[in-house]
Write a protein that binds this ligand. Structure first.
Ligand SMILES: [Fe+2]
Ligand SMILES: [Fe+2]
Length: 297
């Protein structure tokens, strides 16, 4: 059994110059460490590719799943494709680098606290995480707009040929669910996605309207239904450990400089998922709201 660690990070946002400096500091603790990169690496395809290539040169294995920023179409990117085609292109580029994607078989972690299959999952959101009293997507978006909280995804993600991102989400969830159901239930899973699979991590968002861009009710029971050792996610830019129904959820984001300058990196730049580091990683009481992705400019 190799003596490595399964580490995780998300929301590197290397399009921001100050975050590029932290890349150099992302180092394995030994030759057998694996690294999960749970989305929001960058917006431009070439930045995502360069970052994952750099990390693949350092870690024994790198696993990636996209965040919303990888799906944006921006004028600074030479690649001008709608989000589903961008995703397929990124999967191809990852495979050329030897990086595992949500489209690949789940590799088995054989290190301490293993074996565990590590599953990068790509599930998106469907506007089902609405505030109380709001019954559909249109109402939910209108309320958010009135409150000045609109995720930039609304302008930058082109879901074509899907009519809406919620249609793509439903297809992603169904395909992922099928793969998880076909997985050997005796081999525990580490599920790693960008968006939290359970809504509860969003309860502390400063802007409750932002939750509609953070996930889907369709994944709410996955950590109970499947044999899950831990769930890794990002997107909220609120790094912490919480436990739901006896399962450890790890928010592993780096975030923007204004966020990490304020809070620092009290638990290091990379979060150790396995072997389970134990207390003080025990149940964490809810923290006061500190952050969320910024509303659109
Ligand atoms: Fe992010
Ligand atoms: Fe995100």
């Amino acid at each position: 059994m190799p003596d490595g660690r399964l580490l995780a990070v998300s929301d590197l946002h290397v399009g921001v110059a100050e975050n590029r400096g932290t890349l150099e500091a992302l180092r394995p603790t030994g030759p057998d460490d694996w690294l999960i990169v749970a989305g929001d690496v960058a917006e431009r395809v070439r930045d995502v590719e360069a970052t994952l290539g750099f990390l693949a040169g350092r870690f024994a294995k790198v696993l990636w799943t996209p965040g919303n920023h990888e799906l944006w179409t921006t004028t600074q990117d030479q690649v001008d494709l709608p989000a589903p085609a961008r995703y397929r292109l990124l999967v191809e580029r990852c495979r050329a680098l030897g990086v595992t994607t949500p489209e690949d078989p789940y590799p088995t972690w054989q290190g301490p606290d293993g074996p565990c299959a590590v599953a990068p999952v790509f599930t998106l959101y469907d506007y089902s995480w609405r505030v109380p009293g709001v019954t559909d997507k249109q109402q939910s978006l209108a309320r958010a707009r009135d409150n000045g909280v609109v995720c930039t995804d609304e302008y930058r993600i082109d879901p074509a040929p899907y009519p809406g991102i919620e249609d793509w989400c439903r297809e992603r969830v169904a395909a992922t669910e099928q793969a998880l159901a076909a997985h050997d239930p005796a081999l525990p899973l580490v599920l790693a996605g960008h968006w939290p699979l359970d809504r509860r991590p969003t309860d502390i968002l400063r802007h409750p309207d932002f939750a509609q861009w953070c996930g889907t009710d369709l994944t709410a029971d996955w950590h109970r239904r499947f044999n899950v050792a831990a769930v890794v996610y990002g997107h909220l830019h609120i790094p912490r450990t919480t436990w739901y129904d006896g399962v450890r959820f790890e928010e592993v984001s780096l975030g923007y400089p204004r966020e990490w300058r304020r809070r620092g990196h009290p638990r290091g730049l990379l979060r150790q998922i396995l072997p389970y580091p134990g207390p003080p990683e025990q149940p964490v009481p809810a923290e006061p709201p500190v952050s969320a992705e910024p509303p659109a400019p």
